[in-house]
Design a binder for this molecule. Structure first.
Ligand SMILES: [Zn+2]
Length: 495
């Protein structure tokens, strides 16, 4: 039905489920580390302030169990993550026989206090979202604490430890023949691509900065998948400074063609906010409007849609971005003038919702983008029109049917806030955070063209087959009924 602006819009309002645990913002990677889980709390605070919680179902995700995580990850890796949390004091400073790129000498992926619990909450939200889509409890599920796309089967990478996306997709595959994964983070979605590189049941499409050295070093246009997965991995390499208009010029026709050819039954969109202008680690020039248009574009296909977070290191802009995208999911019109919220001072001096593009030079010429699009279309032509993959009867869902969808909660109640002692400590460190984000000396070049290139030597790890991604081997599990740590009791607050 045409709306007042004459544009075609969705045929009906969607049922949206939103997953959030108040403890998530307390986890802390370390003072100099750019990843700040506090950004999820900032986002939630804005969502509350705009009243968006009234239009969606709000859940506290239950914690994912180690058994669930090992549907993709190696057992020894997951038990190591558990040990890091349990024996953190003893572990730090020692060189273990194998550290899985966590902790000692792995500055990107530190062994911070509560690490395993953090992974459980992040992953629990994404799997819960997938379960709700599977059972049609929701048309759109949102977990801004998820989207940690770099984690590998047996290795942490790029601030990511457990790949909630792969695990959520494995859940979706129980009820859907074909799942489309789309990634608009500035970094290549390497962990997800690698997991599904050999299967045609998941198509991965990543738009990212690529020059061979920018982290994680993968994502060349010629990486298209292998074996049954050949042509089911799509990589769209981009250069610095891409703006809204250029991004739409490549994103929209590529996604239109992908959906036309692949006909996915469910879509997972990783909404990494480090592709925004002014990100502490990124180098693109998207506004929140341009970024949000990607969400709106995928939503209009009317498939079950899982929206996940991801990167994003200028945290006040991350909150702006994901709040706007929550509104996009809800078809809600919200004001550019920010309502008062718990962290109002973060948004000084303009106190506006939207992040604008800057005058950064766009190094993506129309000719370059046209060439990339042409190559992608050529590859898509090899696909059978809507592949006829074998599909087995849906196996059991992972959990007992009582708490699997997350715990319906009252976190949407604006009267329930972060306890004052915790909040005070956050405010103490606010100045530090903002100083660093303004591009000062600590503006961390860690991910800016300095990471050593990672070559894919021949075939990638075909972890999905080992993980049972297309084999429907999930056992019927019993839910681990661990309650999330209440913020007031959480020991992981700021140092
Ligand atoms: Zn990123």
């Amino acid at each position: 039905m045409p709306n007042s602006k004459g544009a075609v819009r969705d045929d009906s309002r969607k049922t949206v489920s939103y997953f959030y645990d108040a403890a998530i913002g307390n986890f802390y990677y370390g003072i100099h580390h750019p990843m700040k889980p506090h950004r999820i709390r900032l986002t939630h605070s804005l969502i509350l302030a705009y009243g968006l919680y009234r239009q969606m179902n709000v859940y506290r995700p239950r914690t994912a169990s180690s058994l669930e995580m090992t549907r993709f990850h190696a057992h020894d890796y997951i038990s190591f993550l558990k040990r890091v949390q349990a024996d953190n004091e003893k572990f730090i400073g020692k060189v273990p026989s194998r550290n899985f790129n966590v902790g000692y000498s792995a500055e990107d992926c530190p062994a911070f206090e509560g690490l395993y619990k953090f992974c459980q909450l992040s992953t629990g939200g994404s799997i819960s979202g997938a379960l709700q889509l599977n059972t049609k409890m929701a048309d759109i599920a949102i977990n801004w604490a998820g989207g940690l796309h770099h984690a590998k089967k047996a290795e942490a990478s790029g601030f990511c430890y457990v790949n909630d996306i792969v695990l959520a997709i494995l859940e979706l595959l129980k009820h859907h023949q074909r799942v489309l994964y789309v990634d608009i983070d500035v970094h290549h979605g390497d962990g997800v691509e690698e997991a599904f590189f050999t299967t045609d049941r998941v198509m991965t499409v990543s738009f990212h900065k690529y020059n061979g050295t920018f982290f994680p070093g993968t994502g060349h246009m010629n990486d298209i998948g292998v074996d049954r997965g050949k042509y089911y991995s799509v990589n769209v390499p981009l250069h610095d400074g891409i703006d809204d208009a250029s991004y739409a010029l490549i994103f929209e026709p590529v996604m239109e063609k992908v959906v036309q050819f692949y006909d996915p039954q469910a879509i997972v969109l990783q909404c990494g906010a480090d592709s925004l202008a002014g990100d502490r680690l990124g180098c693109f020039n998207l506004s929140t409007v341009g970024h949000g248009k990607c969400v709106a574009y995928m939503k209009r296909f009317n498939r079950p849609l899982l929206l996940l977070g991801g990167g994003g290191y200028t945290i006040r802009n991350v909150a702006r971005c994901w709040t706007n995208e929550t509104a996009v999911a809800l078809d809600a019109e919200i004001s550019d003038s920010l309502p008062y919220s718990d962290y109002f001072e973060y948004y000084s001096p303009d106190y506006e919702l939207h992040v604008r593009g800057s005058n950064q030079t766009n190094q993506n010429s129309p000719e370059y983008l046209e060439g990339v699009k042409h190559r992608v279309f050529e590859n898509l032509r090899h696909l059978p029109f809507c592949p006829s993959v074998q599909f087995h009867p849906a196996p059991d869902d992972s959990y007992d049917m009582i708490d699997e969808y997350g715990i319906a909660i009252d976190t949407a109640d604006p009267d329930i806030r972060i306890p004052k002692p915790v909040k005070d400590r956050i405010r103490e460190s606010l100045v530090d955070i903002l100083d660093r984000e303004e591009g000062g000396a600590l503006s961390c070049n860690r991910n800016r063209d300095v990471a050593p290139p990672i070559c894919r030597n021949g075939l990638p790890v075909s972890s999905v087959r080992q993980a049972g991604g297309s084999k429907n081997v999930a056992p019927h599990l019993t839910l681990a009924n661990g309650q999330p740590v209440a913020a007031s009791k959480d020991p992981y607050a700021f140092d």
